[in-house]
Ligand binder design. Structure first.
Ligand code: DGL
Length: 264
């Protein structure tokens, strides 16, 4: 099985990391679109164009069987269009884990951290409205502009990052938030800073494991036997910090810089 995965940068590697525990006998082709990062502060039209360009590249160059949008922001702007355009491809997106958060909260107060584009998107609004009416819960939504850039710069644990997170999280702590949805695949990379600020038994919800299991289920139904080695190939459209890739993933075959052909 050939699996195409993309994100604006390093964040989607948290999803690849989860996959390495579940998926076997496959090749992963991962595109980090750092040239266009951060996606979360772009328009929906721009994000759709980036997503289409990458998907065309992955289909043409590697004949992928499955596509994973390891990015909440791209899922919000592009997944509906991609599914219409490529109906025979397995396409799995990433959505903020509000459902597991509702199941796990004791205080009923849930924080949602995501990019500005994800929180503004119709997809998130519909998900939050439907799910939050199923139980008596309050959602504390917080857009985190600037956080993805800090993580990409290798500054996840710097004072500046801590200050940003404190500004967003202290009000949540004061409102007895006990569960936080990490609605961006970059944010698991600052989990320890979030835990330190929240100072209690905070539950952090991320979706990498659920995506990996979902892919396994879908691929089995298409005859994938899940036996053998998993190879990971990495491509980047701009600058990327190799040392951070090593920290997140460890093992991969190649890292290559690519120029994506424009669709227009
Ligand atoms: N990691 C991405 C997400 O899950 C995108 C972050 C960004 O580029 O703003 O939303």
């Amino acid at each position: 099985m050939k699996i195409g995965i993309f994100d604006s940068g390093l964040g989607g590697l948290t999803v690849v990391q989860a996959m390495t525990k579940v998926i076997k006998g496959a090749e992963i082709f991962y595109v980090a679109d750092t040239k266009n990062a951060p996606y979360g502060e772009k328009t929906s039209e721009q994000i759709l164009e980036y997503s289409l360009t990458i998907t065309h590249y992955l289909i043409k160059t590697y004949q992928i069987d499955a596509l994973i949008l390891a990015c909440n922001t791209a899922t919000s702007s592009a997944i509906t269009h991609l599914r219409e355009r490529f109906p025979s491809l397995i396409i799995i997106g990433t959505e903020p884990g509000i459902k597991p958060a509702i199941e796990q909260t004791s205080s009923g107060n849930i924080g949602v951290l995501a990019t500005p584009a994800t929180l503004k998107g119709d997809k998130y609004q519909a998900l939050a409205n439907t799910l939050s009416s199923t139980k008596d819960v309050s959602l504390f939504e917080q857009a985190c502009p600037g956080l993805v850039e800090q993580i990409e710069k290798g500054e996840s644990h710097s004072m500046e990052t801590k200050n940003l997170l404190e500004k967003w999280l202290i009000p949540m702590r004061e409102c007895q938030v006990d569960t936080i949805v990490l609605g961006c695949t970059h944010y698991p990379l600052v989990s320890s800073v979030i835990e330190e600020i929240m100072q209690s038994n905070i539950k952090l919800i991320h979706t990498g494991d659920a995506i990996a299991k979902h892919l396994l289920l879908r691929s089995r139904s298409k005859g994938h036997d899940n036996v053998g080695a998993l190879k990971v190939h990495l491509y980047t459209t701009g600058e990327i910090r190799e040392s951070l890739i090593d920290d997140i993933l460890g093992n991969y075959e190649i890292l290559e810089k690519i120029d994506l052909p424009s669709l227009s």
